[in-house]
Design a binder for this molecule. Structure first.
Ligand SMILES: Nc1ncnc2c1ncn2[C@@H]1O[C@H](COP(=O)(O)OP(=O)(O)OP(=O)(O)O)[C@@H](O)[C@H]1O
Length: 91
């Protein structure tokens, strides 16, 4: 799959939780104001370091949960999940 993460510049930090940190990602080029997913101008990027306490070798369990629930009312839709260096990243 194409590297989605490279489409976005990491901007300000939105917050942090027990496992990762969330930043605003701004589209580097292309996209449009009403676009969603890969065409969105602004997304949330969640980075989890692979050596975080509580992280084992596999992909974060949260990924499975978003596969099942993502897009339901009140649950963010995950557009991309992948590895970037030492981080597991969700867009
Ligand atoms: N899609 C998003 N849009 C805007 N802000 C977000 C988004 N996702 C997360 N945040 C912000 O980043 C913070 C950290 O999110 P994260 O998912 O890591 O942790 P959490 O659910 O708050 O805590 P925990 O890791 O303990 O479950 C959130 O509390 C929220 O303030």
């Amino acid at each position: 799959m194409e590297n989605w993460i490279a489409r976005f510049m990491v901007e300000r930090k939105l917050g942090k939780g027990g496992f990762g940190q969330v930043f605003v990602g701004r589209r580097v080029n292309g996209g449009n104001e009403r676009g969603t997913g890969s065409a969105a101008m602004e997304v949330a990027l969640k980075f989890e370091h692979r050596n975080n306490k509580g992280c084992n070798d596999g992909p974060p369990y949260e990924w499975q949960v978003y596969n099942a629930l993502g897009g339901s009312h009140g649950v963010p839709k995950v557009h991309y999940k992948g590895k970037q260096g030492d981080y597991d990243v969700m867009v």
